[in-house]
Design a protein around this ligand. Structure first.
Ligand code: SIN
Length: 175
């Protein structure tokens, strides 16, 4: 049998599933928070004007809900290429909610020492940055809005993402 792995998606991997998978489960990751702190030169921005995408920041008491995909080993070639702008694979324990089972899985994380990392800023600034960014994969606003919708679909209330969505929608409505 070919080797199979659980891969945890917490950002665009939740809603842009451009890879084959064998199973899909809503999953919880303990000790990490989702933040729009990573720069994107290759998807939602450019080298001159990077957009902002999510990474995970260590946060002892936090629980991050996302989607775990069961994939064959060969899928990593595609995912490593897709996540190449600062992300690295990291191994972790994941809780598969419906199965009520804990498994070992992999997620992609962009740590603060990668050259594309942008870090924190007030929500209003983050939303302005996102509203004005655009890259080969589309607008940065679509990334945020698609993620906010996908999180709602899996029952996740992520205050950081929801606040940014609120700011972004207000900017879009402003005359
Ligand atoms: C992920 O979705 O798990 C990683 C971040 C991204 O590609 O948006």
């Amino acid at each position: 049998m070919r080797e199979q792995h659980w891969v945890f998606g917490y950002g665009s991997l939740i809603y842009k599933v451009d890879f084959p998978y064998l199973d899909r489960e809503v999953a919880l990751l303990r000790g990490w928070s989702r933040r729009f702190w990573q720069g994107s030169h290759d998807h939602r921005g450019t080298a001159e004007s990077p957009g902002r995408v999510v990474t995970l920041i260590q946060d002892e008491d936090a629980l991050c809900r996302g989607v775990a995909f069961l994939v064959e080993e060969s899928v990593f070639e595609h995912l490593d290429h897709r996540e190449k702008n600062g992300y690295e694979r990291h191994s972790t324990k994941l809780h598969l909610e419906h199965r009520d089972e804990t498994v070992t899985g992999t997620f992609y994380i962009a740590t603060s020492d990668n050259p594309a990392f942008l870090g924190d800023a007030p929500d209003s600034e983050l939303a302005k940055h996102i509203a004005h960014s655009q890259g080969p994969s589309g607008s940065n606003a679509d990334y945020l809005l698609s993620l906010a919708n996908a999180l709602r679909d899996i029952g996740e209330h992520d205050e950081h993402v929801q606040n940014l969505e609120r700011h972004l929608l207000a900017l879009k409505q402003a005359p």
